[in-house]
Design a protein around this ligand. Sequence first.
Ligand code: AMP
Length: 452
Amino acid sequence: MTKFTDLRLDPKVLKAIEDTGYEAPTPIQAGAIPPALEGRDVLGIAQTGTGKTASFTLPMITLLGRGRARARMPRSLVLAPTRELAAQVAENFDAYAKYTRLTKALLIGGVSFGEQDKLIDKGVDVLIATPGRLLDHFERGKLLLTGVQIMVVDEADRMLDMGFIPDIERIFQLTPFTRQTLFFSATMPPEIERITNTFLHTPAKVEVARQATTSETITQGLVQFKPSRRDRAASEKRNMLRELIKREGEGCRNAIIFCNRKVDVDIVAKSLKKHGLNAEPIHGDLDQSHRMRTLDGFRDGSITFLVASDVAARGLDIPNVSHVFNFDVPNHAEDYVHRIGRTGRAGREGTAITIATPSDEKSLAAVESLVEQEIPRMETPDLPKREIRSRRGEERGATESAPQAQSQSQPEAEEKPGRGKARRGRRGETQDRAQVVGMGDHVPDFIRRSFS
Ligand code: AMP
């Protein structure tokens, strides 16, 4: 087995790795680090959770060890699709570069960046950014990309989903032709293939898992249930989620619960809290500092259940997540792989449980065909009768404080159009939840029902 000491990394990097306690390089690290250190372009096909961040950070730190940064001309650039992912790369960089004198700046939207501007002005070795924010800075003349020797693109397929590919192409063109490129993607759709053919020079291709495979350390399960009525589906699903959490018992130390829509992220978090569980929502409508606080709380254990949308949770590295619950079967099959990949990371055990109703039939078939396996069916817990009866009260409680129900009924920005069927059904649900003014506590059911 390869050891870190076989990899010709800078001794200062090796010392930092020793501090982390890693025993050996993961397969993506063993595969990508040697060609990267030789100065070659690398095309890494790997999911999050495989240790891919270190597979580009470690050689970068080693290669940048010599040389000095010049004002406004970063020597290397890491592009990540989301702010959280960029912040995570920055944390990795801090950990692995702690015995070096390399400097870094983080350019992401949503927080004030006076400090980062100053750093860039002075000159940084590593600039970590989301594509939009980087181009903003460039256009304002704050930054020159002609000094970039190493450029990393992380989670390229997600960049494609989020519409960042034109930005990425532009950034490639602004950097020197002679740069070294380290390019990572979990999957290789044709558009990504085209980009790599255009901008990478005879890259070393390192593929650590078959495309769209799920980790073997994750125990998967599917709970199928039929809501007693369509307009009760949402609240019965919330009951089901609580029953599943209860059933997992102490083994469920913490969990990320995924919902397809932001409005449900808020409602599910609120409902769990109402039932005494320590839950917080995270989605793209919450401001950056709020999201960071919530994430920190989840990392340090002061928050047990993180209810999340795909955009907000994408690529988050939160070690030790024991469970993932899919409150909804994802609309994009590949999101299933990303979601459940939040648990079972770096060889640890994890459990991923998905709730499916009959209306999820198509999405479920797409997921199972992508992962080339049937998700093992689990026994469906019985919903306690008391909870079914109290449903309407809870539904109202959750709705009354769900902020901006109208704007939040939109899916997250990265979702694509063309899911008319799901939206029609959902519009009905949103109307069901709407607060009815002037009816006191006794709103007849027909008033809450959708007529679309
Ligand atoms: P990533 O795929 O970069 O998001 O990394 C997933 C997790 O694996 C992170 O928590 C890393 O700290 C951890 N990790 C990275 N490299 C190793 C390694 N060689 N051995 C054990 N854990 C690692």
